[in-house]
Design a protein around this ligand. Structure first.
Ligand code: MG
Length: 372
């Protein structure tokens, strides 16, 4: 029950096609940046965060783990997750330089690895360890067909295929262009292609200001938009609260929020309808659970963001009663020993002991980068 070794890693895994864009980001690879924790009796836990595969930035995360956190972990009982989370989060030198950002997501990777070991020791998948599944079916919605960089004809064909052939009952399309008319035209064409009754969400990735977002909501009102995700700058609580009051399209956000306290503020001020925590931006499963409970207490749905590409979130969503659907992006799934899988529009429930984070040797051989 003692931590013997902490080994950081960086993987850069290609996205679908050569690159993708939303209103704010363009990327060719997804970064899987984290660590493996080995115990003296031979258990290996894996935890990671999700990045845009910038090697210099990724090395800041692994340097934080190797230089600052490893010495706080080696020799400790890995089962004491809450105590170790506090030990790292409240470690004075680290607390001074960051209660969010790199130090926080690095703690998230540590926390996920500790939970992975706990579930392996219990010989249970994480969802079962946490208290068992609360739902028979967990709906998957497909984001990978909806990037802003996808030409109109391919967007429509992709939406049609996702719904008609692949069985998805929900999709998400990116908006936030400089040309709002283009976004609206594409959404109208997609709605026509998929028909009524399919969940259609949009995601602005924080690009627009409040008047622009309000105008979009007015224009898009007839399209039955399920939610408008990150309509405004990530930290703008007052703006999101104003939009939530003014628009009939529900507001979704959370993938850029670092702490339970931030979620608490947005929820308390009526600035969010769909709560979207990300276990890889929060400080891991420990803090995700706090956020899910805060949302649930406010009777709001929790729909996690796929920063982990849903390997961990599928466990958390099957377990938590506020979660009925989850984002699907397939970029990194084949790196894992038990990859996420969608059948008839629903995520399969994971069966292997652990948190779903064990990475195949072949993925390290193909995608690993030097730690510098
Ligand atoms: Mg998003």
């Amino acid at each position: 029950m003692t931590i013997a070794k902490v080994e950081p890693f960086i993987l850069h895994v290609p996205v679908t096609g050569s690159s993708i864009s939303d209103s704010t980001h363009t990327l060719s690879h997804w970064g899987v940046v984290g660590l493996r924790i080995t115990t003296r009796d031979g258990f290996v836990g894996t935890g990671f965060t999700g990045t845009h595969a910038d090697l210099a930035g990724d090395r800041l995360v692994t340097a934080c783990i190797a230089s600052c956190y490893a010495e706080l972990l080696v020799g400790e009982d890995e089962a004491d997750i809450t105590r170790l989370w506090q030990k790292i989060a409240r470690h004075p030198p680290m607390q001074w330089i960051g209660r969010a950002g790199i130090s926080h997501i690095a703690l998230g990777a540590v926390d996920i690895a500790l939970w992975d070991i706990k579930a392996q020791r219990a010989e249970q998948p994480l969802w079962k360890l946490l208290g068992g599944a609360t739902t028979e079916r967990l709906m998957a919605y497909n984001t990978d067909i909806g990037w802003l960089s996808i030409p109109d004809d391919q967007l429509i064909a992709g939406a049609r295929q996702a719904v008609g052939e692949d069985g998805f009952r929900g999709i998400k399309v990116k908006v936030g262009s400089a040309d709002m008319a283009r976004d609206l035209r594409r959404l109208q064409a997609v709605r026509r292609a998929i028909g009524p009754g399919i969940m259609l969400a949009v995601d602005g990735n924080g690009r627009w200001d409040l008047p622009t977002a309000m105008r979009f909501c007015r224009e898009a009102e007839g399209l039955d938009i399920f939610w408008f995700e990150e309509p405004l700058w990530y930290d703008d609580i007052a703006g999101h609260a104003a939009l939530a009051r003014a628009s009939r399209i529900p507001v979704a956000l959370g993938e850029q929020l670092y702490t339970a306290e931030a979620f608490s503020e947005f929820i308390g001020r009526g600035a969010v309808h769909f709560v979207q925590p990300d276990v890889t931006r929060l400080a891991g499963i420990t803090e995700y659970i706090r956020v899910a409970e805060i949302a649930h207490a406010a009777r709001l749905p929790v729909v996690a963001h796929a920063g982990d590409m849903s390997q961990v979130h599928v466990h958390l969503a099957y377990w938590h009663p506020a979660s009925a659907m989850l984002e699907y992006i397939p970029w990194i799934k084949d790196c894992f020993e038990e990859p996420i899988a969608v059948v008839d529009g629903d995520f399969l429930r994971p069966q292997r002991p652990g948190a779903g984070t064990a990475i195949r040797h072949e993925a390290f051989a193909s995608f690993a980068k030097s730690l510098g």
